[in-house]
Write a protein that binds this ligand. Sequence first.
Ligand code: ADP
Ligand code: ASP
Ligand code: MG
Length: 411
Amino acid sequence: MARIVMKFGGTSVGDVERIKNVARKVEQEVKAGHQVAVVVSAMSGVTNQLVKHCNDIDKLHDAREYDAVVASGEQVTTGLLAIALQSIGIPARSWQGWQVPIRTDDTHSKARIVSIDTTELEKRMSTGEVAVVAGFQGVTDENRLSTLGRGGSDTSAVALAAAVKAERCDIYTDVDGVYTTDPRIVNKARKLTKVTYEEMLEMASLGAKVLQTRSVEMAMNHRVRVQVLSSFEAAAGSDIPGTLVVDEDEIVEKEVVSGIAYSRDEAKITLIGVEDRPGVAAAIFGPLTDAAINVDMIVQNISEDGKSTDMTFTVGKADVARAVKVLEEAKGALNFQRLLSDSNVVKVSVIGVGMRSHAGVAQRMFKALADKGINIQVISTSEIKISVLIAEEYTELALRSLHTAYGLDAA
Ligand code: ADP
Ligand code: ASP
Ligand code: MG
């Protein structure tokens, strides 16, 4: 008998029929003798709608109240799934984040889980009761509701799996695994049977939203066995129905590039005519950090006259309005001439652990994009990835061309 955590995303609980389908999947695991905790997302589209309500009233809303609003989606699905389970004879109860409790820090709208007290939950699980836990949410020390950032239910699931020492954490979604790139955009994308924690971490942080970045980080740190699989296809008939996230030494054949990710969630900000003096970067990025705004890609142009320069960087699209406000407020201290922001961009990244030992990977990317006439606006690299910022309208063209250029196309 094992203890397992199953997580179902928005599409998987998108309507009442689908929730009943989820209940039957949970029933199979219970009948196999397992103790089960299920983590659920809000019904698909619900979180987007709730976010929109907040923005429609005030784009610069209070993040604590945003959390109170958006956490409500998951409350509905926990109750509905518990009812669906009870109605087929499986004992179950719903748990909101604060009831477990799942404690987080107070970075509202993108809080981090600090601890999970599973004493009561485990006691009930050991009596055969299924715990239906709200993903995406927790509670702060000030007793306020918090949420974990978009896609955060994955992180709730992995954190819970670590806390209850689950044998595995199955992430059920609307695709049957992790692919070389988003299968909804590139129809030649190939399903990976295994992917390393490291590559998955890069792919997730670079936009492959199939798993939230922090869930992979957490799985890696706590050695949680994560599997991504479809909630719509029957798992029977295949040895590995989905994709397993594993250690590097479990993968025999390493590709130079194993995946391509994209993120439409970034926006570009350019400060024109910034003073070129020591400390200017700290002066720009300090206030953004204080406002909990993450900056990703950065380029600083060389200054022609030694006095002023341009600084370009990217922030999350959701943070643009606040970033612009923070920078405008600091204008006096920063002395820039103009501020430009552009949300019409996409970041495309190629990822692979094999890059460490192979040369020419970046050049192949630049050439493939150049051949299609796609202009690169910003470049950033790390040991196992290369990212470029391009105009958003080229997303699909860039992904398909790169997928072919790196020999990833399915036969
Ligand atoms: P859920 O609601 O179940 O959490 P998400 O929409 O968050 O599902 O994540 C699943 C989606 O991730 C897929 O529908 C797919 O379009 C997208 N995706 C992006 N990159 C990849 C990839 N490399 N492999 C699989 N899916 C990907
Ligand atoms: N419902 C939340 C979202 O849409 C959390 C999740 O689905 O993982 O971001
Ligand atoms: Mg998701």
